[in-house]
Write a protein that binds this ligand. Structure first.
Ligand SMILES: Cc1ncc(COP(=O)(O)O)c(C=O)c1O
Length: 414
């Protein structure tokens, strides 16, 4: 909702900036609150995430998909999973897709399929939420941290190059916040060093660079279908995609006990990590909406940028369709104060991510190596994620921006 001006704005600006007085002059009109200067104050909480809204908006088709699985009598793998795998491979421009139980398991089976384990090093970003480190720890490999670059805080190929040694077996390239990293530069680097490129696309479903989808550049790529992802299930889920038949066979085997066929184990290190057919059926209803939803996320991100950039808050994002707006991350030198005041205004925010992997207490003794991480470290102190999902309304984005405008003008912060 745009700013609304009332007669109460006759109060002098100096008086209006006194919040106590301001509270007294708050007005409620048509269910919404306005402060004494006529600024819209959201009466209802604006949630940081709201996957329930997605369900409500598409309830009929989702309910029908769930009912179809329930009445099929097939509750583990089966046609629903196979069809989704085939649709997802086609969508991402890859030959094979293997449905697994989560994005973390997708990384684990990808590392195992590439025969990466004890004594091997894997280069990754330190600011990507710890999922790649979790997977490395599970397979016994050593995480090696490289720094990230502006403007989107994705892997810096020069730092990756510095950290690549004889022991390096792979790079995990996370397309962070919905921005594709310099995947072409990293592809060149991995080919030259004869190591593997794993794309982590958990935050970048549908992102496109030079007409190619995220997930189609790497030797293997992983996805999460956690409910708030750009392609989200109503529970956990994940996928691994690749081009090679041999690698796909390994992945299919590893997701189910290492079997080549029922009860015959061909590969050690297998696990039970199958994509649930109910989630596969739900995801099949969501996939046809993915491109439209990504366009909507970009539209909302553009609105945020247009309103917040004049206030000194710059967005962390790549350009064009290489960005799918998984998160709306802005930079502010007064991040903690801004976050606190937005919480008081009932606007949900988050920090992705507050702690770098090498600073995590639980990983102090796993033997990681690291480049200097000046950009990652500074980013961690300045980043703030604002509400971002396709069902968020323009009014809500404006309300978040109105609140930030008010906070910035009162505190002269940015
Ligand atoms: C970049 C990244 N990689 C991996 C994961 C792990 O996915 P999941 O939560 O499905 O295990 C996530 C999810 O949160 C993620 O954001």
């Amino acid at each position: 909702m745009p700013k609304q001006l009332f007669s109460v704005t006759l109060i002098s600006r100096a008086t209006a900036q006194n919040t106590d007085v301001c509270q007294g002059f708050m007005r409620k009109l048509e269910g919404a609150f306005y402060d004494c200067r006529g600024y819209y104050l959201p009466a209802m909480k604006i949630q940081f995430h709201n996957p329930g809204r997605t369900y409500q908006a598409h309830r009929r088709e989702i309910d029908a998909a769930v009912a179809r699985v329930l009445s099929s009598g097939r509750y583990i793998l089966g046609a629903e999973v196979e069809q989704f795998e085939s649709e997802f491979a086609q969508y991402t421009g890859t030959k094979h897709a293997v449905g697994v139980a989560s994005g973390t398991d997708a990384l684990v089976v990808a590392l195992r399929a590439l025969e990466i384990g004890i004594g091997d090093e894997v280069v990754m970003a330190a600011n990507a939420g710890g999922y790649a480190t979790t997977a490395c720890v599970l397979v016994g490999a050593t995480p090696v941290y490289a720094d990230v670059i502006e403007p989107d805080f994705t892997l810096d190929p020069q730092s990756v190059e510095r950290m690549t040694t004889e022991k390096t077996k792979a790079i995990i390239a996370t397309h962070l916040y919905g921005s594709m990293c310099d995947v072409v530069g990293l592809q060149e680097l991995t080919r030259r060093n004869e190591i593997s490129l794993i794309e982590d696309c958990a935050q970048s479903h549908g992102a496109t660079l030079s007409g190619k989808r995220a997930g189609s550049f790497g030797d293997v790529a992983t996805f999460s279908f956690y409910p708030t992802k750009n392609l989200g299930a109503l529970g956990d889920g994940g996928m691994v995609v690749c081009q090679g038949q041999g690698l796909a066979d390994e992945l299919f085997s590893l997701r189910q006990y290492g079997w080549s066929s029922k009860y015959t184990v061909k590969t050690a290190g297998g696990m039970n990590t199958r994509l649930d057919p109910i989630q596969a059926a739900i995801l099949r209803t969501r996939l046809p909406h993915l491109d439209d939803n990504n366009a909507r996320r970009r539209q909302l991100a553009d609105l945020y940028a247009q309103r917040l950039s004049p206030l000194g808050l710059e967005m962390v994002r790549a350009e064009g369709e290489a960005f799918v707006g998984h998160l709306c991350v802005v930079r502010s030198d007064a991040r903690d104060s801004l976050k606190h005041k937005l919480t008081e205004s009932k606007i949900g925010t988050d920090i992705h991510y507050p702690i770098l992997d090498p600073d995590q207490p639980g990983w102090a003794n796993i033997g990681w190596r690291s480049d200097d991480l000046p950009v990652s470290r500074l980013a961690t102190k300045r980043i703030l994620s604002l509400p971002m999902y396709p069902e968020l309304t323009i009014d809500e984005v404006n309300a978040v921006c109105d609140a930030i405008e008010l906070i910035v003008s009162e505190d002269a912060i940015a």
